[in-house]
Design a binder for this molecule. Structure first.
Ligand code: PMP
Length: 940
């Protein structure tokens, strides 16, 4: 049944044939009072995985609709005592004796006391209505199969009672908070949903935290009683574990912080005094001063945000001396001695493992800075920002903490607020006493040096707080970006420091998308349903504009790691000196060519430097056609070799895909030697059988009076879906082509440079030596460069008199970079790492394959891996939507992956080569999590 005010299905009570709704029914010797309900179709919300923010919102929306529908309704039977009513929580105190664990009974008393002190007297002032009163996950339904984030049905009105209306929301929040790594976030979504259907009043929001605690207390105390009565009955304990867990978590969250968050969820100013204090500050400028004498110094705005060019490479803040050096260098560059900034700034240096917190979407970091920092020399005087009293002095001496810290208490008319001064000198501790009065501008402290200030370059951390949230002598200086409205409301900045506020979040992804659509070609694509705005890279990680750190498993270009300091330095060193072309003599190109050739089989003797993989293949095609004096190329199905005209003509991935018009006249395409999906499945014997296709292609050409110029193939098929070539395949293909005078090109653009672990080049896995190797992507670690490597004989024939000139190819900067990439691969033993970590990774994937039917095939070698998703392991029906879902979910969880293959159901893995076991563990853990989600489940 659908009620006119509700978008969800409800059960309808059906009378018996005599028109009676409740009637006795004998059953197994007893008599029961029964009533018949209509069926409400769906799945329990409790079975939904994952529980998304959309689900929490819809959960709240449904409760809001119920409150709306119940509005004005009354029934005598609703006016009864029910001990599950949150406002009756103190009745459950009599079960306290069954809570035998001391920690638990402490938490129980805490929440009952809070309820008694903060809520009890206010209850009679609240709006009342009949409530469903039990909106937990087994009384709400979603549709089977379709969008599991939308609640579509509500059952069990057996607990409906007249109560304060807000209890409906409190009960829902008690259950959305369970299992949620970040319960306040889940509750806020529920509140938003509820508020959108039935606006919540200020005094209701004020009591919400206590009512949530009250309901949870009823749940756990009843469970304790039931456990005492019947320890074997699991049903009664179903919510007890998660309810306790939530109570422990909630105890750590200040009720005020919860209140401010809940207010924000209802679209209200998070801190109720925020506007008044801001007004006071604006209208009393004479009562407020800067915490450092700005007139005595030359000042500049300092940008330490995640995307800050002046902050630069992560190696600049890896250690305190390096960080201090960097700060000094920035100040020197700006010719000033005091750098100011940081309020609202999203910073990259809080994203190490030490700061990691498990959040709603995997690991999270508090990246947004809530204070204004003053970077200058140790010993600089710190001044009280306004008249006040010393509220706290404490040495927060954990690494990366504030060190000596002072908190002052001030008054804005009748309202209190506080100011915090962190990273001070030890002398400060002696200088002040708690309770002491201070005047605006009075020296209260001195900036400390790195040995005492928590381990930072000398600076003052200056923060205003409208509420201490239960802290004493300490206060969070950074916050999650998703909580920024709440934190910035609690921690405003001074009007005089407004100009130093960071605008790093202002140029968000949405602006970029809109401008891209205007100024860039439509055929560019963007990864992920929620596109990412990346602003920094380092090692295996990329960082978005919110400072979120992602493990990159996609980027084989950043071969030795994103923005490797050695590569960055090599580029900078040469760039400041000279960058010209190959018409002048330069040692870089010689040294680099020799180093590159040293990694090749001895037959390879000559190098041509170009600027992209496409250009490398373009040149290789010209060489083959010149050498064989033929036009025809043989390439593989779903192969991709570049974006130039000639490369597109040999790339079936393009001409057989969207917008393509099939193979051109001079291209012959052979089947992928795919032993998972193809005709020949035995990897031992399939190689020569698939190679027959090349033989047949040549025969077809000869029938037309033509012959083969060359054969091009990747040594592991990337766009084809990370397909490993069966043994003997390339040897046979090469011999058929060479027999006709054609050349064999190994496209190593994706797979070269040690990625396969056991060898430097992937063609070595096939025991062959090509005539031409083309390389690109990893060669310059992100710098646009590429190379063609060939035999002396091919080079001689190609040099037919026509000059080969390439403006950029082989320039001194590119060669310095390429040289350093090879040195880093050697020095950091990255090929060995690819072998070791690759083996570890593939074993982990195989364990997942045994666990999840959808994982049809795991393949690859070294750090060039892939897995294929299928709906059915026998028919191999491709699970493309699931692959897309997985990639997007993994992105949400902080891991970048991508799909490929002709059926779009292969996940390819080709991370920077510096990946470590701990990263693989994190990837496998998240894959395990996502494979267990509803959308990934297939039944066989
Ligand atoms: N060959 C292969 C196998 C590739 O994957 C690519 C790029 N994806 C290219 C050639 C072309 O390289 P680029 O994009 O640098 O021109």
């Amino acid at each position: 049944m659908k009620h006119k005010k509700l978008n969800v299905e409800l059960p309808e009570v059906i009378p018996n044939l005599r028109g009676v709704y409740n009637f006795p029914l004998p059953f197994q010797g007893d008599e029961y009072n029964v009533r018949l309900h209509s069926w409400v179709d769906g799945r329990m919300v409790g079975e939904v995985n994952p529980r998304t923010n959309e689900l929490f919102f819809s959960w709240g929306e449904t409760c809001g609709e119920l409150s709306h529908a119940f509005h004005g309704f009354d029934h005598a039977a609703a006016h009864r005592f029910d001990e599950w009513n949150p406002i009756e929580t103190l009745h459950s105190k009599r079960y306290l004796k069954y809570i035998t664990d001391e920690k638990k009974s402490n938490v129980a008393n805490h929440f009952w006391n809070l309820f008694e002190q903060e809520a009890l007297n206010e209850i009679p002032t609240l709006r009342r209505s009949v409530n469903h009163s039990d909106a937990h996950e087994y009384n709400l339904l979603v549709q089977k199969g379709s969008n599991p984030s939308k609640v579509t049905g509500v059952i069990d009105f057996g607990d409906a009672i007249a109560a304060p209306t807000i209890c409906e929301l409190a009960i829902a929040c008690a259950y959305t908070g369970m299992f949620a790594p970040d319960p306040i976030l889940a509750m806020c979504e529920t509140i938003k949903g509820y508020h959108s259907k039935f606006p919540v009043e200020d005094k209701e929001i004020k009591l919400l935290y206590y009512l949530i605690g009250a309901r949870l207390m009823i749940s756990v105390s009843h469970a304790a009683l039931k456990y005492y009565e019947d320890p074997k009955n699991e049903y009664h304990q179903i919510s007890a574990g998660p309810a306790w867990e939530l109570l422990f978590k909630l105890k750590e969250i200040s009720p005020d912080f919860a209140l401010f968050s809940f207010r924000a969820a209802c679209g209200k100013s998070p801190h109720p005094n925020a506007d008044q204090v801001a007004k006071w500050m604006k209208s009393n400028p004479e009562k407020i001063g800067d915490p450092v004498n700005l007139k005595a110094k030359k000042t500049c705005k300092l940008d330490l945000s995640v995307g800050s060019i002046s902050l630069g490479n992560n190696s600049n803040f890896e250690t305190v001396p390096k960080f201090s050096k960097k700060i000094s260098a920035i100040l020197e560059e700006h010719q000033c001695d005091l750098g100011i900034g940081g309020y609202g700034e999203v910073r990259p240096f809080y994203t190490t493992d030490a700061y990691k917190v498990e959040g709603y979407n995997g690991p999270q970091w508090r990246t947004m800075h809530l204070a204004t920092d003053f970077w200058t020399v140790a010993g600089t005087e710190v001044l009280a920002m306004a008249d006040g009293t010393v509220h706290a002095i404490r040495n927060n001496d954990n690494p990366c903490d504030y060190g000596p810290t002072v908190i002052l208490k001030h008054k804005a008319d009748s309202l209190n607020f506080f100011s915090l001064y962190g990273h001070l000198s030890l002398e400060t501790m002696e200088h002040l006493q708690v309770g002491q009065r201070v005047k605006k501008g009075e020296i209260i402290a001195w900036i400390g040096h790195e040995e005492v200030n928590g381990g930072w370059p000398p600076h003052l951390h200056f923060q205003i707080m409208l509420d201490l949230l239960g802290n004493d002598g300490d206060f969070p200086g950074v916050a999650f970006v998703h909580e920024r409205d709440v934190w910035m409301s609690i921690c405003p900045t001074l009007p005089s420091l407004e100009m130093y506020k960071s605008n790093c979040l202002n140029y968000g992804g949405d602006n970029i998308i809109a401008t891209r659509q205007k100024v860039l070609g439509k055929s560019l694509s963007v990864s992920y349903k929620k596109p990412l705005h990346m602003v920094r890279g380092y090692g295996i990680h990329l960082y978005d504009d919110t400072g979120r750190r992602y493990i990159d498993t996609v980027n084989n270009v950043a071969h030795v790691g994103h923005e490797h300091p050695r590569i960055v330095r090599a580029a900078q060193r040469q760039f400041v000196l000279l960058n010209t072309n190959t018409r002048y003599l330069h040692k870089n190109i010689i040294e680099y060519a020799e180093k590159l050739l040293a990694h090749c089989p001895p037959e390879m003797e000559v190098v041509y430097f170009v600027n992209s993989g496409s250009e490398a293949n373009e040149l290789a095609l010209r060489m083959a056609k010149t050498y064989a004096a033929q036009e025809d190329m043989i390439a593989l199905e779903v192969g991709y070799h570049g974006n130039t005209g000639a490369c597109i003509d040999i790339s079936s991935y393009k001409f057989d895909g969207k917008g393509g018009s099939g193979a051109p006249e001079f291209t012959s395409i052979c089947r992928m030697p795919n032993t998972y999906r193809g005709e020949y499945k035995n990897a031992e014997t399939a190689g020569p059988l698939y190679a027959e296709d090349v033989k047949k292609a040549i025969q077809r050409l000869k029938k037309k009076g033509r012959n083969v110029a060359g054969f091009i193939a990747e040594s592991i098929l990337s766009c084809g879906g990370q397909v490993m070539l069966p043994s003997g395949y390339l040897a046979d293909c090469y011999s058929y082509v060479r027999a006709e005078g054609g050349l064999c090109i190994a496209d190593e653009v994706q797979v070269g440079f040690g990625r396969v672990g056991s060898h430097f080049w992937a063609f070595e896995l096939q025991d062959v030596v090509p005539d031409i190797i083309t390389c690109g992507k990893p060669i310059g670690n992100g710098h646009p460069m590429a190379a063609v490597i060939t035999t002396r004989k091919v080079a001689e024939v190609f040099a037919n008199g026509m000059e080969y000139f390439n403006t950029f190819g082989g320039n001194p900067v590119s060669c310095a970079i390429g040289h350093e990439v090879l040195s880093v691969v050697e020095d950091e033993k990255l090929q060995e790492n690819a072998k070791e970590i690759g083996n570890y990774f593939i074993k982990g994937l195989q364990v997942l394959k045994d666990k999840y039917l959808i994982l049809g095939d795991v393949r690859g070698i070294g750090l060039f891996l892939g897995f294929e998703l299928v709906k059915d392991r026998k028919t191999l029906d491709p699970a493309a939507e699931q692959a897309t879902y997985l990639v997007n979910r993994m992105r949400d969880l902080g891991i970048l992956m991508s799909t490929d293959g002709p059926l779009h159901n292969v996940i390819k893995i080709k991370p920077p080569m510096c990946i470590k076991k701990e990263h693989v563990d994190e990837i496998l853990k998240r894959l395990d999590q996502v494979f267990a989600e509803d959308f990934m489940r297939i039944s066989q």
